[in-house]
Ligand binder design. Structure first.
Ligand code: NAD
Length: 487
């Protein structure tokens, strides 16, 4: 497996310029070309599964099943979906209009944006780069991919494989850290799509603002999971343990902390402890189903949280630096001013905040940044709906965690500080397309059109009034006319 080398900084403007020139040639516009590229992207994954298994193992000790669920399976499905539906997604959409323009075939044409930049994050190093790329390619763009330099082995592998499967005239990889990305962000793009932390998200958005480049920002945050008294605790415990420990907790939509109704916390901890044993055996460190922390920086960040929490560590808590191992850990009775409640944990540590009423939890969630995901575990649908109706989050699941990620027809994205814009499935095609408003006028009928032209007369105006807006025939008409009786 080859080492990751960063793209020489001087080459970056040249590469972007080359792609911008390619776009101008029209190479990426035909649907047949796009489908060929999408097939290439699909096959890149399908034919190199063993190599990807090895690279993500070296980066994160990621178990093959988590690779399949979180990366390979979802990207393949995204590519298949796009190949299957591209004709329909790209077809003009005719719209309804008033009498005046009905003959003029008003429609929306989906046109490519141009040359776009996609910046991925390390925790799902294949998916977060290639899933948006599916949309960008399907929409007919040239694409620059910037993998996370933190997941070194996967970035190196992608760099080797990409030119074998995708046309380098229209899709290129640029590698690097902050210095290279800074130069990249100075180039002119037609869209920037970024996945990662909100802090870097602000840098991306500021760079984009300088050139008025639109952005999609896929960020993170502290995603809460409510657990109500009225729940099957054993089932909830297993689903929570899986959702929290998938990818060793390094998932943007992992439940970050639990809001648990007082009275069930001990039983919940007991069941989660059992679940963790069922999943990983008595020693998770030796389990092939449990991954590792990405690097020393993140290990130390998480270790500091373990060392400074004032909650009670009731499960796990042990760690080993030279193995980048942090045990599945549950911390009970965490107060709101605990270090564990300050920022996104992004690791296998689960704090439990015990509340007297669910409304306390709702109020806390509402006073803080809108999370990327919100989970509710309850048999009581009235309560679940009450929580959803009174909070905000990018996505939500009742009685499970993470699974929203796999439904490609659902928008995946945040709200407020957890992100701007959403993707997956057709939405990925849409965010990389411009909706071009188009009318097709017949060159005949010039006489009829004369009513639009000066000199204006009362007669022309009244004709236009008749043609310009729908006549409402029901009682609300009175309101539309500003009838005093209705204010
Ligand atoms: P990261 O360190 O891999 O950074 C993301 C990208 O930003 C990388 O490509 C990196 O090279 C680039 N970058 C780093 N410093 C930069 C700088 N100074 N200027 C420009 N670019 C720079 O990933 P991360 O930020 O540690 O990712 C973790 C965060 O991402 C978490 O908050 C998580 O919730 C979020 N995340 C969100 C999603 C989502 O889909 N919404 C998915 C995964 C992760």
């Amino acid at each position: 497996m080859s080492e990751l080398t960063f793209t020489p900084i001087d080459d970056i403007p040249k590469i972007v310029k080359e792609l911008r020139e390619t776009f101008l040639t029209g190479l990426t516009r035909p649907l047949a070309y796009r489908k060929e590229q999408l097939k290439g992207l699909h096959n890149l994954i399908a034919e190199n599964e063993a190599l990807f298994k090895e690279s993500v193992y070296r980066d994160l000790r990621k178990p093959p099943q988590e690779l399949m669920v979180g990366e390979i399976g979802t990207i393949r499905q995204e590519a298949i979906d796009a190949i299957k539906h591209l004709d329909q997604w790209a077809a003009p959409q005719y719209v309804k209009t008033t009498l005046l323009n009905r003959m003029n075939k008003p429609h929306i044409r989906k046109s490519p944006l141009g040359t776009v930049l996609i910046i991925g994050a390390w925790n799902l190093p294949i998916n977060l780069l290639l899933a948006p790329a599916v949309g960008a390619i399907a929409a007919g763009n040239c694409v620059i991919l910037k993998p996370s330099e933190v997941s070194t082995h996967t970035a190196a592998l992608l760099t080797t494989l990409l030119p074998k499967y995708l046309d380098p005239r229209s899709v290129r990889i640029i590698n690097g850290a902050a210095a290279e990305t800074t130069v990249l962000l100075e180039q002119k793009f037609d869209h920037m799509f970024y996945t990662g932390s909100g802090n870097i998200g602000k840098i991306i958005m500021a760079a984009a603002a300088k050139q008025l480049t639109p952005v999609t920002l896929e960020l993170g945050g502290k995603s809460p999971a409510f657990v109500s008294k009225n729940v099957d605790i054993a089932v909830a415990a297993r689903r929570l343990a899986w959702g929290k420990l998938f990818n060793t907790g390094q998932a943007c939509i992992a439940p970050d902390y639990l809001i648990v109704e007082r009275g069930i916390e001990q039983e919940l901890v007991k069941e989660m402890k059992l679940a963790i044993q069922e999943f990983y055996g008595a020693s998770p460190q030796t389990s092939q189903s449990y991954g590792r922390i990405i690097n020393n920086n993140h290990f130390h960040r998480l270790k500091r949280l373990l060392d400074t929490t004032r909650g009670e560590i009731v499960v796990g808590g042990d760690s080993q630096e030279d193995d980048l191992y942090i045990a599945p850990t549950i911390v009970l009775d965490v107060k709101l001013d605990d270090p564990l409640m300050e920022s996104e944990i992004f690791g296998p540590i689960l704090p439990i905040w015990v509340v007297d009423t669910i409304n306390e939890g709702i109020e806390y969630v509402n006073r803080n940044d809108q999370p990327l995901a919100l989970y509710v575990y309850s048999h009581d649908m009235k309560l679940a709906n009450h929580i959803l109706d009174n909070t905000r989050s990018g996505g939500a699941v009742i009685n499970d965690s993470l699974v929203q990620f796999m439904v490609t027809a659902l928008p995946f994205g945040g709200t407020g500080p957890s992100g701007i814009g959403s993707y997956h499935g057709k939405r990925s095609f849409d965010i990389f397309s411009h909706e071009r408003a188009t009318l097709v006028k017949n060159l005949g009928m010039q006489k009829a059109l004369a009513i639009s032209y000066p000199p204006y007369t009362e007669k022309k105006t009244s004709w236009l009034e008749w043609l310009l807006f729908d006549k409402v025939k029901y009682p609300d008409n009175a309101i539309l006319k500003g009838n005093k009786k209705f204010g």
